[in-house]
Ligand binder design. Structure first.
Ligand SMILES: C[S@@+](CC[C@H](N)C(=O)[O-])C[C@H]1O[C@@H](n2cnc3c(N)ncnc32)[C@H](O)[C@@H]1O
Length: 235
């Protein structure tokens, strides 16, 4: 039970929602799909029907062992155990019902990884953060996500569609990659948000740089935050 909780093992039980997720991913026979969190494989076999190849990873070795038996007939499926966020496979489409505790890490990893587009399921609160309109509700991850991806919410999924049910409802998001971000840029955006109440002038002072801008982080647009981060990184 502890392992289940830590690994975010809430398995989707609705075949119709699984089909909608896979259909939203617009997979062709030219695509390599990367899935994080095989779980009991509700998405995996559907992905194999559409893609040239599917690479599906789960941190839980037992689930991978079971999936290898269940899907031994699928010759375009590669199952791997381990941390999906540490894998270096090339892919065109990303599909995942993300383990909730790793959602932020997954967005940061995806922002650094070149691919075409993806469909991800996240907790509603996290989706709200990514899509935040007001600067008060914005977090570093909102800036990272919106500068790397065009994001649209495609489906709300109630918690009773999972076993065991999580505490919170989920949202399926479509993400289309616009830009790749460097690890340094991502770290700097996170750092800027740790100085959220300071003015640009005082933030830049922390990095031995000068400015006379008195605006605070909440007064800056997403583009201005990215350019502040680039200014900090400039040698
Ligand atoms: C929310 S469940 C989704 C499972 C399945 N795709 C579904 O829709 O029912 C998340 C899955 O991710 C796995 N997981 C957690 N952390 C992981 C990581 N870092 N890398 C790969 N898989 C991970 C868990 O073991 C779990 O099976």
């Amino acid at each position: 039970m502890i392992k289940r909780k830590r690994l975010g093992q809430h398995f989707l039980t609705s075949n119709s929602i699984a089909k909608s997720i896979v259909s939203e991913a617009k997979i062709t026979k030219n695509d390599i799909v990367f899935e994080i969190g095989t779980g009991q494989g509700i998405l995996t076999s559907l992905l194999c029907e559409k893609a040239d190849k599917v690479i599906s990873v789960d941190l839980d070795e037992e689930l991978i062992k079971n999936a290898k038996l269940k899907f031994s007939h699928l010759n375009n499926l590669v199952l791997k155990s381990g941390d999906g966020l540490k894998k270096k496979d090339l892919f065109t489409i990303f599909v995942s019902n993300l383990p909730y505790s790793r959602s932020k890490d997954a967005i940061e990893w995806l922002a650094q990884t070149p691919f075409s587009h993806g469909v991800i399921m996240v907790q509603k609160e996290f989706a709200d953060k990514l899509l935040a309109k007001s600067s008060k509700n914005r977090k570093a991850i909102s800036i990272i996500a919106t500068s790397a991806f065009e994001i649209t919410a495609v489906l709300k999924v109630a918690k009773n569609n999972f076993s065991p049910p999580p505490k919170i409802d989920s949202v399926v998001l479509k993400i289309i990659q616009k830009n790749n971000l460097s690890e340094e840029l991502i770290q700097t955006i996170n750092k800027i948000f740790s100085y959220r109440r300071k003015t640009v002038k005082n933030i830049l002072k922390q990095f031995n740089k000068e400015s006379d801008i008195d605006k605070r982080v909440d007064d800056l647009s997403g583009e201005e935050i990215i350019s502040l981060a680039n200014q900090i990184l400039k040698k």
